[in-house]
Design a protein around this ligand. Structure first.
Ligand SMILES: NC(=O)c1ccc[n+]([C@@H]2O[C@H](COP(=O)([O-])OP(=O)(O)OC[C@H]3O[C@@H](n4cnc5c(N)ncnc54)[C@H](OP(=O)(O)O)[C@@H]3O)[C@@H](O)[C@H]2O)c1
Length: 363
């Protein structure tokens, strides 16, 4: 089930805090950065914050610029993005500004929390997600029931930590402010957790007044059948690589990338690469990886088309090459149609060989 694109947004002090412990919200950004955040808000379908942030800051979470709101309306969108909050307990202040400003609101909660929210008279669409709150279900619901395609998450730390450790964040926009908090009781941007092992991808930096905006993309593949946001990014790269293939009337144009579990790219390739008229994308990529690399056993192969199970042009199919390399996870966008080979079923053969195949047909 598709999810919205999830953009985490936060401002932090130089020592990594989101706030201090005083009664007022600590203003980390300056006017230029607040305006940048307003611009991002105006660009998304929904804004989400945790119940902790509602209780601590009593925010309105509006698009403040009348011009940006008018532009949204002119594009046929709602004046304000949908406001979304998350609470397990349902223990929320019904008079909070969040409920009484802007457009529509949704509260995702547990069955118990929904009961409490009804008793309190929370002015929102209350969606119970069962005994516990499951982030994948929440994101699927926002996509399917509310049409949310871009979701901005504005904290706090507990929410950011869960979304990043569960591989559900597509992007992190971090504004680093030139001040210190220095209070160990203050909330941190990221708490303890099972984070991805390797490095995130830096996709941009910009000075905004006296803060620096940094944009990062998580890189770690998902595990087993559960796709991560990074799976989408890597598969999108494989699809882009397919565009590099010399055209052919008798074979598909395919791109492939091999990625270690910590998000390190091990190799990439595309069909008919390097003047070889019959080389396949997965074959070209795997030929560049070191066959003794122990990371292959936990790596993921991304291929824009499912790997071939049978071929006339070479002794080994790509499914065989993948399984022989020790790779046990493949992410692909498209089952091979019968155009050149009937009943190819590379996914079925991979699964019989002990590999997990994840289909992302939206790509
Ligand atoms: N600098 C910035 O950019 C920025 C942005 C936002 C917030 N902040 C700061 O961050 C602080 C608040 O952060 P926080 O970490 O304390 O709170 P938070 O992340 O905003 O919210 C945490 C609350 O969300 C609910 N929740 C989260 N995950 C859940 C799950 N899996 N299941 C059920 N409920 C779940 C729980 O609500 P219940 O307790 O109701 O069950 C939990 O207590 C404030 O000081 C605020 O000023 C700073």
């Amino acid at each position: 089930m598709p999810h919205p694109y999830v953009l985490l947004s936060a401002a932090v002090s130089l020592d990594g805090y989101l706030d201090d412990t005083g009664p007022e919200r600590l203003l980390l950004s300056g006017p230029a950065d607040f305006d940048r955040v307003d611009e991002v808000r105006a660009s998304v379908d929904a804004i989400l914050v945790g119940a902790g942030t509602l209780r601590a800051d009593n925010p309105r979470l509006l698009v403040n610029s009348p011009e940006r709101r008018a532009a949204r309306l002119a594009e046929g969108r709602t004046e304000y993005p949908l406001k979304v909050t998350v609470s397990g307990s349902g223990e929320l202040d019904p008079a909070a500004r969040f409920w009484h400003t802007g457009g529509e609101k949704v509260l995702y909660t547990t069955d118990e929390g929904a009961e409490r929210a009804r008793v309190l008279g929370i002015a929102a669409d209350v969606v119970p997600l069962g005994a516990e709150l499951d982030w994948r279900r929440l994101l699927e619901h926002l996509h399917a029931a509310r049409g949310v395609r871009r979701l901005m998450v504005e904290g706090g730390g507990l929410i950011h930590t869960q979304l990043i450790t569960q591989g559900l964040a597509d992007e992190l926009q971090l504004a680093v402010a030139p001040l210190f908090v220095g209070d160990p009781e203050a909330p941190r941007l990221f708490g303890p957790g099972a984070y991805q092992g390797g490095r995130l991808r830096l996709t941009g930096t910009r000075q905004v007044g006296d803060v620096v905006l940094m944009r990062y993309e998580p890189t770690a593949p998902g595990t087993g059948p559960l796709p991560s946001a990074a799976d989408h990014h890597w598969l999108a790269l494989a699809c882009e690589l397919a565009a590099l293939c010399p055209p052919s009337g008798t074979a598909f144009s395919v791109g492939a990338v091999v990625v270690a579990a910590d998000g390190t790219e091990l190799a990439r390739g595309h069909s008919r690469e390097g003047g070889d008229p019959v080389v396949h994308a997965e074959e070209a990529a795997l030929a560049k990886a070191d066959p003794t690399d122990p990371r292959l056993a936990t790596a993921t192969v991304y291929s824009s088309l499912e790997p071939c199970a049978r071929r006339a042009s070479r002794p080994a199919s790509c499914v065989r090459l993948i399984l022989d390399a020790g790779v046990r996870r493949v992410v692909t966008a498209w089952r091979e149609p019968d155009t050149f080979v009937e009943g190819a079923d590379g996914s079925g053969v991979l699964e019989s060989g002990g590999a997990t195949v994840v289909m992302l047909p939206e790509l």
